[in-house]
Design a protein around this ligand. Structure first.
Ligand SMILES: [Zn+2]
Length: 659
């Protein structure tokens, strides 16, 4: 009886401890998928009270952590990189070549007791040895950022027009044989941003919004988060391919970075551009082109954004060992990164003229930085090319001579095609998204036309080289007529809100609402296309008019805006200059500040409160595929998850018997 009482007390004591036990999470999150041999970090993390200790096993087999090395021994420090209030344990650089489902199980003990967690991941099979006639050697991802179906339709209508409603011609991407749909979401939302939106194609895994090439973790520096191997890293390691990344954005931006940079914060520009070079022997990086010169200049130079923030140092030893990283990083505001790229063998071009000169030198590595922040949009670059003697927008941006994306793609492919082992190239049309955010329709449409010309270049190279797969895809839709979010705060709170009736007067019709032709009044627009491939003007009689279902507040004139909204990624001093020249900071300012032509627009209230730009939507986006020397394009037909695209590309490149 007494013994029973004691054991009952013991059970009660255990139950009491259980209430305070640590909360344990394991990454990769359940459902993660990997290509055979693809590397990733496993992390066990617990919220609790130190000291912490942990155990890990995979498919029932005990595994040692790489940090802390003394796994199983209680230690208040855990891995030394974890935020206070958490215990962290890592196994860096794990991989499995065994297809099928695997289970990761962990226990963590803290001062209050023990708790367990587990997650499952799958290793995909490597795929068939042949795709139709052959095997893919080169991969080209054409990433139209924010490009939904309506963006493509608009560009086709403007570029080619219609006869009796039938398209006079199709875009290069429309002519690709395999078109399908891709669902877009991230690890933590139905609406993704560009970081996980790109990384799902290049890792096969979902990251949280704002994060690329990593899993979430409560660590003191976002560059220390658990990594997932990129396609570029894998193919370089296994097959000796080389890598090119080109964009019209600042090269630090989420989409380009999500091909070669591992960080839990997409906004840490300085560390991001440093990592491009410092880990270029792991990614095989040979071509890097876009804007973002501000990150490459020492902090003392005009136009530099380098400083003591946005960088990393002290990369953990086990992270460096597992991922073959040569240095620990440094907070180095005065680094001359252009000079460092040159020392590593990169030819450097800072203008369109320099780019064509560089191509003549036939370099084996090429760095191109054509603007200080994002490059200018096609509409403004073309305006300067048509009127070279006149000062234009690009002069105001201190970048008068910028290449078009098709010229950049051609230069990149000249360099990359030298590697007979193959290459990975990502080409981003960045402003399709950025100008859609700003609800600047004419600039957005011009971007799709510019992007499609680059698609044409990629397709021609694919034909010339053979064994090349080209996909045209977006990371998400931006600004469109679609699902724009989810109710915040619950239905009861919604029903209790005060009336908004006083905020709108539906009896007053703005003049610019009356000019919107709908149904048969829309007719068949016809734009005059110049030899440069772009319309002479988008302000024609019967021009297309655009709306934004995921809009923010704006003033709408329906006319081409004389000036773009100030690029948010410019050096601060340049932004001040532009403000002085009557450029506005956000769309809603067009009616009150800035250029007088903008002030004639009527005010349109956006749906999403607290945001100044239109937002991304949860819509599926189109994917179009082409392949030379194989039938790999067939894989991309149908409706697919965004992470599927990674595995389909990898299956095309890596034969089943190589792993
Ligand atoms: Zn965006």
């Amino acid at each position: 009886m007494k013994a029973l009482l004691y054991s009952l007390l013991a059970v009660l004591a255990l139950a009491g401890a259980a209430a305070a036990n640590p909360t344990v999470t394991v990454t990769p999150p359940s459902g993660a998928r990997f290509f055979p041999g693809q590397r990733f970090d496993i992390r066990v993390e617990a919220k609790g009270t130190p000291p912490f200790s942990a155990t890990l096993n995979i498919d029932g087999e005990t595994q040692d952590f790489t940090s802390p090395l003394s796994a199983g021994t209680p230690t208040a420090a855990t891995d030394g990189i974890t935020k206070p209030g958490f215990g962290g344990f890592n196994l860096r650089g794990f991989s499995s070549g065994r297809p099928g489902r695997h289970t990761v199980s962990a226990t963590v003990t803290d001062a209050t007791g023990s708790a367990a967690a587990s997650a499952t991941f799958a290793v995909q099979s490597a795929g068939p040895k042949e795709d139709g006639e052959g095997r893919t050697r080169n991969v080209i991802i054409m990433l139209g950022d924010g490009m939904g179906i309506a963006h493509r339709t608009a560009a086709r209508l403007v570029r080619y027009g219609v006869t009796a409603g039938d398209p006079n011609d199709y875009l290069n991407m429309d002519k690709f044989p395999g078109t399908g749909l891709v669902s877009t979401h991230s690890l933590n939302s139905i609406v993704t941003d560009s970081a996980p939106g790109m990384a799902c194609y290049t890792t096969g895994n979902h990251s949280q919004n704002g994060q690329e090439g990593v899993y979430p973790a409560n660590v003191i520096n976002p560059f220390y988060q658990p990594r997932i191997e990129y396609m570029a890293e894998y193919l370089h390691r296994v097959k000796g391919t080389t890598t090119g990344i080109i964009t019209t954005a600042d090269i630090e931006d989420a989409t380009p970075a999500a091909n070669a940079v591992h960080t839990g914060d997409r906004n840490l520009g300085q560390g991001i551009v440093d990592q491009y070079l410092d880990e270029s022997e792991n990614t095989g990086l040979r071509v890097l082109m876009g804007g973002g010169r501000r990150w490459f200049l020492p902090s003392t130079e005009v136009g530099s954004s380098r400083g003591s923030k946005n960088d990393y140092d002290g990369l953990p030893a086990d992270l460096r060992a597992a991922w073959n990283i040569p240095g620990a990083g440094a907070i180095d505001p005065n680094r001359d990164l252009i000079a460092d790229f040159q020392k590593a063998g990169f030819d450097y071009a800072d203008t369109a003229s320099n780019l064509s000169n560089a191509a003549g030198r036939s370099p084996s590595r090429l760095l191109g930085l054509f603007g200080y922040g994002n490059m200018n949009v096609a509409l403004d670059k073309i305006a300067k090319r048509r009127n070279p003697g006149q000062s234009g927008i690009v002069d105001d941006y201190h970048a008068p001579d910028q290449p078009m994306l098709d010229e950049m793609a051609d230069a990149a492919l000249q360099v990359l095609s030298k590697n007979k082992k193959g290459f990975f190239l990502m080409v981003e049309g960045a402003h399709i998204d950025k100008q859609s955010h700003l609800m600047d329709a004419e600039r957005a449409v011009g971007e799709v036309i510019e992007f499609d010309r680059a698609v044409g270049v990629a397709k021609n190279w694919a034909d010339k080289l053979g064994n090349t797969v080209v996909i045209v895809v977006a990371d998400h839709e931006c600004s469109g007529f679609s699902i724009i979010g989810a109710l915040h705060g619950g239905v009861a709170a919604l029903q209790a809100l005060p009336s908004d009736a006083a905020n709108n007067d539906p009896t007053a019709t703005p003049e610019r609402q009356k000019v919107v032709g709908t149904y048969d009044a829309a007719g068949f627009p016809h734009y005059d296309i110049q030899p440069d491939g772009f319309p002479a003007s988008q302000d024609i009689d019967g021009k297309l008019l655009f709306g934004y279902g995921a809009s923010a507040d704006r003033y709408e004139t329906w006319l081409t805006r004389p000036q773009p909204v100030i690029d948010s990624l410019l050096p601060a001093s340049f932004k001040t200059e532009l403000t002085g020249k009557a450029y506005v900071k956000e769309p809603a300012e067009r009616g009150t500040k800035g250029n007088r032509e903008d002030a004639n627009g009527f005010f349109i209230r956006g749906q999403a409160g607290g945001v100044t730009n239109a937002v991304h939507t949860a819509s599926d986006i189109p994917i179009s595929a082409y392949s030379s020397g194989s039938q790999a394009w067939r894989k991309f037909v149908g409706v697919q998850r965004n992470t599927d695209v990674f595995f389909k590309l990898m299956e095309s490149v890596v034969p089943g018997d190589e792993e």
